[in-house]
Design a binder for this molecule. Structure first.
Ligand code: ADP
Ligand code: MG
Length: 584
């Protein structure tokens, strides 16, 4: 039969059939798989064997944000996961690059942020046989206990399914970190392009929210409706779920006061009429029904014991059944997706009469008014302190951030964390990112870059000088990518403060001592950022106002007094013993 296709070819030079069908590499397949599933940004640090894969990723129109340290790239991916409810992606090289990134992936798992770490890996058959190969680390088994799921791609054909399954694992149920061991053989393998194309698929119902059972909802509704002094405790799981309207309905329709965990601040306004932020102890002692929404009763909440009333009844909404009863018996668990659980709860409560004690809300409001007035006074007094303290710096910052509510606040440190959380009111959901459940330092620059890249919004990072030291070099990443990030460093010259005294027998600095005279602004200069060195609240006000308006990478070095801040901030009681000189 005549080949019709040939009829249209010109009579000039006949085109030779290609000797090989078009071919693609595993690296290309990885990039296509990420694109196909909707990944917009990949954070990482290249080297053997992932460099070309990163170029392929850029070639697909995905942004590749190259960092100076893998842990920061991972913090960025995790922050994107938290803020967008889709997995952030981290790419690392093998061995130490993998390990550096894994810290962030483990931290994401602990904090329920969806992310996927894809690491270059050496040929596993050689690792398994304990035979000579490049770097020789059994990465898959190292990652496994720290993540929700772990996959290994030994062949290029495995890559699309691994990416789709990793995505599903990261976002479904309780979100968390997922690891893909991307071996050099898989990345380097060549496939027929047409064959490779057949491997891609669109996973069906990738989020698949699961509804709580009606009996559990009815039980919770009964309890809440019978409460005389109810209170809601919001955690970052409630903010993550992006069900802001339902949360607002629950609070406002049924008049329930609320207390947010630090990253849930702003889910409902901190300064709203039902905010019990300033009455934490009263809520713990007096609430008779506590509705825990997307928070865990862990060390940050005294395990639901301590000051919490022994007789209070607890309702808990969470997607993860294993979190129920973990430290305190939960009287009415509602296990399921947050949005569906809230729908069911609201529908149930609409059919009931609430029994709230008419004095409960006014008494919380009166306490709030009194405490807030005292706090205002404290901030006002701090404005005249010289040298500046944490409080004087925060008194300057507070009105500026209040006037720019859509700025995302990243915050880490000890006193810098505690005092900023207490001072800066949030009014919008998912606008505060901090060191969260592990209370670790070293998330700052990565999270700030991730927040700016993922949302396009301006970011202000308020950093202790010690905290900044962990990730400071990645301020240069914000500069390279021209991100609207202002870093404010509270320099009190040390871990906790700069007045630590070494014990006898050494002339070395104390373990807590850093550099009170360091000019962090000069670091910013090296990378072309706008920089300020400020010693008064007025100077800080001007600098921060200008930097937010400019949308340019900016570093503000705030000179504090060396004795501003105390050992371990608010959680000094967790130390095994108070710091003291022991005479033997
Ligand atoms: P916080 O530190 O703010 O108290 P935690 O990280 O301790 O918050 O708790 C967050 C909780 O939210 C976790 O127990 C997690 O299972 C839950 N969670 C996260 N996403 C959802 C969701 N979409 N639906 C229901 N629960 C969720
Ligand atoms: Mg918690």
């Amino acid at each position: 039969m005549e080949n019709t296709a040939n009829q249209n070819t010109c009579s000039c030079q006949p085109k030779a059939a290609p000797e090989f069908p078009e071919q693609v590499t595993g690296m290309y397949i990885l990039a296509r798989a990420l694109k196909r599933i909707g990944i917009k940004n990949v954070y990482g640090l290249v080297g053997i064997p992932i460099t070309e894969a990163a170029y392929e990723i850029q070639g697909q129109g995905i942004r590749f944000v190259g960092f100076r340290h893998e842990q920061q790239a991972g913090m960025a991916a995790a922050t994107e996961g938290y803020l967008t409810k889709t997995p952030g992606v981290l790419m690392t090289v093998s061995s130490l690059g993998f390990m550096n990134g894994l810290t962030a992936t483990a931290n994401a798992t602990v904090n329920c942020y969806p992310m996927i770490q894809i690491s270059g890996a050496t040929d596993p058959t050689m690792v398994d046989m304990n035979m000579g190969t490049y770097e020789e680390l059994d990465q898959l088994n190292t990652a496994r206990p720290l993540v929700k799921a772990a996959f290994r791609c030994s062949h290029a054909k495995d890559i699309p399914a691994a990416v789709a399954r990793a995505y599903r694992a990261a976002v479904s149920g309780r979100p968390g970190g997922v690891y893909i061991d991307m071996t050099t053989p898989a990345l380097g393998e060549i496939m027929d392009a047409a064959e490779a194309e057949k491997l891609f698929y669109d996973p069906v119902d990738i989020y698949s929210p699961v509804a709580p059972n009606q009996e559990s909802v009815d039980r919770a509704v009964e309890l809440i409706a019978s409460a005389k002094k109810p209170a809601i405790l919001f955690g970052k799981g409630a903010a993550y779920a992006q069900v802001d309207d339902k949360i607002k309905t629950l609070v406002e329709k049924f008049n329930i006061p609320y207390l947010p965990m630090s990253m849930a601040k702003g889910l409902m306004p901190d300064d709203g009429p039902l905010s019990a932020l300033s009455c934490r102890s009263t809520v713990m002692e007096d609430a008779d029904v506590v509705i825990v929404i997307g928070a865990r009763l862990n060390w940050m909440l005294s395990f639901g014991r301590g000051k919490w009333s022994e007789t209070a009844k607890f309702v808990q909404l969470d997607v993860e059944p294993q979190t129920i009863d973990q430290n305190r018996t939960i009287d009415a668990p509602v296990v399921g997706d947050m949005g569906l659980a809230l729908d069911a709860l609201i529908a149930g409560l609409e059919k009931k009469q609430m029994s709230i004690d008419p004095q409960w809300i006014p008494s919380l409001q009166a306490e709030t008014k009194e405490k807030d007035a005292k706090f205002e006074l404290r901030l006002k007094d701090a404005l005249t302190a010289q040298p500046m303290t944490h409080w004087s710096a925060l008194a300057a910052i507070k009105p500026i951030l209040a006037a720019n509510p859509d700025v995302i606040l990243v915050n880490e440190g000890a006193n810098t964390l505690d005092d900023t959380r207490d001072t800066i009111s949030m009014s919008l959901p998912r606008h505060r990112v901090d060191c969260a459940t592990w209370a670790i330092m070293g998330m700052g620059m990565g999270s700030a870059v991730g927040a700016a890249v993922a949302t396009g919004k301006s970011v202000v990072a308020i950093e202790g000088d010690s905290a900044f030291g962990f990730s400071g070099m990645d301020f240069s990443t914000a500069c390279r990518f021209k991100l609207p990030l202002t870093v404010v460093i509270f320099n009190n010259g040390g871990i906790y403060n700069g007045v630590g005294e070494p014990l006898d027998k050494t002339t070395d600095p104390a373990p807590t001592t850093l550099d009170i005279h360091a000019r962090y602004d000069k670091l910013g200069e090296a990378f072309g950022a706008d920089t300020y060195y400020v010693t008064t609240p007025e100077e800080l006000s001007k600098a921060l106002t200008a930097s937010i308006a400019s949308k340019k990478p900016t570093l503000i070095d705030v000179q504090l007094a060396a004795d501003s801040g105390k050992e371990s901030g608010h959680i000094g009681y967790l130390n095994p013993a108070p710091l003291q000189k022991i005479t033997v």
